[in-house]
Ligand binder design. Sequence first.
Ligand code: SF4
Ligand code: SF4
Length: 245
Amino acid sequence: MADKSFFIDTTKCTACRGCQIACKQWNKNPGTKTLQRGSHQNPPDLSTSTFKLVRFNEVEVPGGEPKWYFFPDQCRHCMSPPCKEVADGKAKGAIIQDEKTGAVIFNPKVKAKPADFKEIREACPYDIPRFNPSAGIMAKCTMCFDRINEGMLPACVKTCPTGAMSFGDRKDMLEKANKRLEEVKSLYKEPMLANPDDVRVIYLIVDDPKKYHKFAVAENTIGITRKMALKRLFQPLNGLRHMIG
Ligand code: SF4
Ligand code: SF4
Protein backbone atom coordinates (compact mmCIF):
# COMPACT_ATOMS: atom_id res chain seq x y z
CA MET A 1 0.00 0.00 0.00
CA ALA A 2 1.34 3.40 -0.93
CA ASP A 3 1.77 6.54 1.14
CA LYS A 4 -1.74 7.95 1.68
CA SER A 5 -3.23 11.43 2.11
CA PHE A 6 -6.53 13.27 2.40
CA PHE A 7 -7.51 16.37 0.46
CA ILE A 8 -10.18 18.48 2.17
CA ASP A 9 -11.66 21.25 0.03
CA THR A 10 -13.34 23.61 2.51
CA THR A 11 -14.99 25.52 -0.37
CA LYS A 12 -17.24 22.48 -0.82
CA CYS A 13 -18.01 21.90 2.89
CA THR A 14 -21.60 22.75 3.83
CA ALA A 15 -21.11 21.79 7.52
CA CYS A 16 -23.66 18.99 7.31
CA ARG A 17 -21.52 17.07 9.84
CA GLY A 18 -22.05 13.76 8.01
CA CYS A 19 -18.30 13.08 8.43
CA GLN A 20 -18.49 13.74 12.17
CA ILE A 21 -21.35 11.27 12.61
CA ALA A 22 -19.82 8.63 10.31
CA CYS A 23 -16.59 8.84 12.33
CA LYS A 24 -18.47 8.25 15.59
CA GLN A 25 -20.43 5.36 14.08
CA TRP A 26 -17.42 3.57 12.64
CA ASN A 27 -15.33 3.99 15.78
CA LYS A 28 -18.30 3.12 18.03
CA ASN A 29 -17.79 6.38 19.90
CA PRO A 30 -20.74 7.57 22.00
CA GLY A 31 -22.70 10.68 21.07
CA THR A 32 -22.27 13.84 23.11
CA LYS A 33 -25.29 15.70 24.51
CA THR A 34 -25.69 18.84 22.43
CA LEU A 35 -26.08 22.26 24.00
CA GLN A 36 -26.77 25.72 22.60
CA ARG A 37 -23.61 27.71 23.26
CA GLY A 38 -24.34 30.48 20.79
CA SER A 39 -22.91 28.43 17.91
CA HIS A 40 -24.05 25.54 15.75
CA GLN A 41 -20.79 23.76 16.57
CA ASN A 42 -21.49 20.72 18.69
CA PRO A 43 -19.79 19.23 20.63
CA PRO A 44 -17.57 22.18 21.55
CA ASP A 45 -14.25 20.40 20.96
CA LEU A 46 -12.47 17.21 19.95
CA SER A 47 -12.40 14.55 22.68
CA THR A 48 -11.61 10.88 23.27
CA SER A 49 -15.03 10.16 21.73
CA THR A 50 -14.97 12.82 18.97
CA PHE A 51 -12.12 12.28 16.52
CA LYS A 52 -13.59 14.50 13.81
CA LEU A 53 -15.28 17.84 14.46
CA VAL A 54 -16.73 20.32 12.01
CA ARG A 55 -15.72 23.66 13.47
CA PHE A 56 -18.09 26.59 12.88
CA ASN A 57 -16.66 30.07 13.15
CA GLU A 58 -18.94 33.07 12.72
CA VAL A 59 -17.15 36.22 11.62
CA GLU A 60 -18.75 39.64 11.66
CA VAL A 61 -18.50 41.46 8.36
CA PRO A 62 -18.72 45.26 8.92
CA GLY A 63 -22.02 46.49 7.47
CA GLY A 64 -22.88 43.06 6.10
CA GLU A 65 -24.27 39.66 7.00
CA PRO A 66 -22.19 37.50 9.37
CA LYS A 67 -20.06 34.97 7.54
CA TRP A 68 -19.55 31.30 8.49
CA TYR A 69 -16.27 29.45 8.11
CA PHE A 70 -16.45 25.65 8.27
CA PHE A 71 -13.44 23.48 9.11
CA PRO A 72 -13.68 19.66 9.41
CA ASP A 73 -10.89 19.19 11.96
CA GLN A 74 -8.95 15.95 12.53
CA CYS A 75 -5.42 14.61 13.04
CA ARG A 76 -3.20 15.61 10.09
CA HIS A 77 -1.13 12.37 10.18
CA CYS A 78 2.03 14.48 9.96
CA MET A 79 4.88 13.36 7.70
CA SER A 80 7.25 13.53 10.73
CA PRO A 81 4.83 13.55 13.66
CA PRO A 82 6.12 15.66 16.59
CA CYS A 83 3.66 13.83 18.91
CA LYS A 84 5.46 10.55 18.18
CA GLU A 85 8.86 12.12 18.66
CA VAL A 86 7.86 13.15 22.21
CA ALA A 87 6.04 9.87 22.93
CA ASP A 88 9.09 7.83 21.87
CA GLY A 89 11.02 9.38 24.75
CA LYS A 90 8.18 9.17 27.29
CA ALA A 91 5.89 6.23 26.60
CA LYS A 92 7.61 4.05 23.99
CA GLY A 93 5.11 2.43 21.64
CA ALA A 94 2.23 4.72 22.64
CA ILE A 95 2.33 6.33 19.17
CA ILE A 96 3.25 4.36 16.08
CA GLN A 97 3.45 5.28 12.40
CA ASP A 98 2.55 2.82 9.71
CA GLU A 99 5.48 2.72 7.27
CA LYS A 100 3.38 2.11 4.18
CA THR A 101 0.42 4.47 4.54
CA GLY A 102 1.99 6.98 6.95
CA ALA A 103 -0.98 6.69 9.35
CA VAL A 104 -0.11 7.90 12.84
CA ILE A 105 -1.79 5.62 15.37
CA PHE A 106 -2.24 6.06 19.11
CA ASN A 107 -1.82 2.60 20.61
CA PRO A 108 -4.50 2.04 23.28
CA LYS A 109 -2.46 -0.82 24.79
CA VAL A 110 0.30 1.55 25.93
CA LYS A 111 -0.72 3.84 28.78
CA ALA A 112 0.63 7.37 29.17
CA LYS A 113 1.05 9.42 32.34
CA PRO A 114 -0.84 12.74 32.51
CA ALA A 115 2.44 14.72 32.49
CA ASP A 116 3.65 12.81 29.41
CA PHE A 117 0.35 13.40 27.65
CA LYS A 118 0.61 17.14 28.38
CA GLU A 119 3.96 17.25 26.55
CA ILE A 120 2.61 15.14 23.68
CA ARG A 121 -0.38 17.45 23.24
CA GLU A 122 1.84 20.54 23.40
CA ALA A 123 4.07 19.08 20.67
CA CYS A 124 1.17 18.79 18.23
CA PRO A 125 1.01 21.92 16.03
CA TYR A 126 -2.71 21.29 15.46
CA ASP A 127 -3.82 20.59 19.08
CA ILE A 128 -5.24 17.16 18.27
CA PRO A 129 -4.35 14.59 20.98
CA ARG A 130 -6.94 13.99 23.70
CA PHE A 131 -6.65 11.91 26.88
CA ASN A 132 -8.72 9.79 29.23
CA PRO A 133 -6.81 10.32 32.49
CA SER A 134 -8.53 7.52 34.44
CA ALA A 135 -7.64 4.96 31.73
CA GLY A 136 -4.32 6.58 30.78
CA ILE A 137 -5.32 6.26 27.11
CA MET A 138 -4.80 8.84 24.36
CA ALA A 139 -7.16 9.04 21.38
CA LYS A 140 -7.61 10.74 18.01
CA CYS A 141 -8.39 9.97 14.33
CA THR A 142 -7.00 6.60 13.22
CA MET A 143 -7.07 7.31 9.45
CA CYS A 144 -9.63 4.48 9.55
CA PHE A 145 -6.65 2.20 9.34
CA ASP A 146 -8.87 -0.90 9.63
CA ARG A 147 -10.99 0.24 6.66
CA ILE A 148 -8.16 1.31 4.36
CA ASN A 149 -6.37 -2.00 5.01
CA GLU A 150 -9.43 -3.66 3.48
CA GLY A 151 -9.39 -1.34 0.46
CA MET A 152 -12.24 0.86 1.75
CA LEU A 153 -12.31 4.64 2.06
CA PRO A 154 -12.17 6.26 5.53
CA ALA A 155 -15.74 6.51 6.89
CA CYS A 156 -15.73 10.32 6.89
CA VAL A 157 -14.63 10.50 3.23
CA LYS A 158 -17.08 7.83 2.13
CA THR A 159 -20.03 9.69 3.64
CA CYS A 160 -19.29 13.25 2.45
CA PRO A 161 -22.15 14.16 0.07
CA THR A 162 -20.51 17.24 -1.51
CA GLY A 163 -17.14 15.76 -2.46
CA ALA A 164 -15.33 18.06 -0.03
CA MET A 165 -13.20 15.16 1.17
CA SER A 166 -10.95 12.89 -0.90
CA PHE A 167 -8.53 10.15 0.11
CA GLY A 168 -5.95 8.20 -1.87
CA ASP A 169 -2.30 7.88 -2.81
CA ARG A 170 -0.38 10.93 -1.62
CA LYS A 171 0.89 11.92 -5.06
CA ASP A 172 -2.67 11.87 -6.46
CA MET A 173 -4.02 13.92 -3.54
CA LEU A 174 -1.25 16.51 -3.90
CA GLU A 175 -1.99 16.73 -7.61
CA LYS A 176 -5.72 17.11 -6.95
CA ALA A 177 -5.11 19.75 -4.26
CA ASN A 178 -2.80 21.82 -6.48
CA LYS A 179 -5.19 21.57 -9.43
CA ARG A 180 -8.11 22.78 -7.31
CA LEU A 181 -5.94 25.56 -5.87
CA GLU A 182 -5.31 26.85 -9.40
CA GLU A 183 -9.05 26.62 -10.20
CA VAL A 184 -10.15 28.73 -7.21
CA LYS A 185 -7.54 31.45 -7.72
CA SER A 186 -9.97 33.34 -9.96
CA LEU A 187 -12.75 33.07 -7.35
CA TYR A 188 -11.00 33.94 -4.08
CA LYS A 189 -8.34 36.46 -3.09
CA GLU A 190 -6.20 34.37 -0.74
CA PRO A 191 -6.56 30.63 -1.46
CA MET A 192 -3.88 28.37 0.02
CA LEU A 193 -3.08 24.77 0.93
CA ALA A 194 -2.38 24.38 4.65
CA ASN A 195 1.16 23.01 5.27
CA PRO A 196 0.90 20.53 2.35
CA ASP A 197 4.53 19.35 2.62
CA ASP A 198 4.26 18.53 6.32
CA VAL A 199 0.91 16.76 6.63
CA ARG A 200 -1.21 13.98 5.14
CA VAL A 201 -4.48 15.87 5.58
CA ILE A 202 -4.22 18.74 3.12
CA TYR A 203 -6.81 21.51 3.51
CA LEU A 204 -7.69 24.06 0.86
CA ILE A 205 -8.72 27.30 2.57
CA VAL A 206 -9.54 30.55 0.82
CA ASP A 207 -9.22 33.22 3.51
CA ASP A 208 -7.15 34.07 6.58
CA PRO A 209 -6.58 30.66 8.31
CA LYS A 210 -7.43 32.16 11.72
CA LYS A 211 -10.97 32.78 10.49
CA TYR A 212 -11.42 29.01 10.16
CA HIS A 213 -9.74 27.78 13.33
CA LYS A 214 -6.89 28.83 15.62
CA PHE A 215 -4.94 25.69 14.64
CA ALA A 216 -5.96 25.46 10.96
CA VAL A 217 -2.36 26.13 9.93
CA ALA A 218 0.64 25.33 12.11
CA GLU A 219 1.94 28.53 13.68
CA ASN A 220 5.44 27.20 13.73
CA THR A 221 6.41 24.35 11.48
CA ILE A 222 10.11 24.84 12.21
CA GLY A 223 10.07 21.75 14.46
CA ILE A 224 8.64 19.63 11.68
CA THR A 225 10.61 21.00 8.79
CA ARG A 226 13.91 20.98 10.71
CA LYS A 227 13.36 17.33 11.59
CA MET A 228 12.55 16.48 8.00
CA ALA A 229 15.62 18.39 6.77
CA LEU A 230 17.85 16.47 9.20
CA LYS A 231 16.28 13.19 8.15
CA ARG A 232 17.00 13.95 4.49
CA LEU A 233 20.53 15.05 5.34
CA PHE A 234 21.36 11.84 7.19
CA GLN A 235 19.56 9.43 4.88
CA PRO A 236 22.50 9.03 2.43
CA LEU A 237 24.89 8.73 5.39
CA ASN A 238 22.79 5.98 6.94
CA GLY A 239 22.72 4.21 3.58
CA LEU A 240 26.53 4.49 3.32
CA ARG A 241 26.96 3.10 6.85
CA HIS A 242 24.75 0.21 5.88
CA MET A 243 26.91 -0.49 2.81
CA ILE A 244 30.18 -0.23 4.77
CA GLY A 245 28.80 -2.23 7.74
S1 SF4 B 1 -1.62 16.31 13.84
FE1 SF4 B 1 -0.85 16.18 15.94
S2 SF4 B 1 -1.59 14.21 16.70
FE2 SF4 B 1 -1.75 14.16 14.46
S3 SF4 B 1 0.20 13.24 13.74
FE3 SF4 B 1 0.46 15.47 13.71
S4 SF4 B 1 1.39 15.90 15.71
FE4 SF4 B 1 0.47 13.86 15.88
S1 SF4 C 1 -10.34 8.84 8.99
FE1 SF4 C 1 -11.77 7.60 10.24
S2 SF4 C 1 -11.12 8.03 12.35
FE2 SF4 C 1 -10.25 9.67 11.07
S3 SF4 C 1 -11.74 11.33 11.08
FE3 SF4 C 1 -12.21 10.05 9.29
S4 SF4 C 1 -13.77 8.60 10.04
FE4 SF4 C 1 -12.77 9.48 11.86
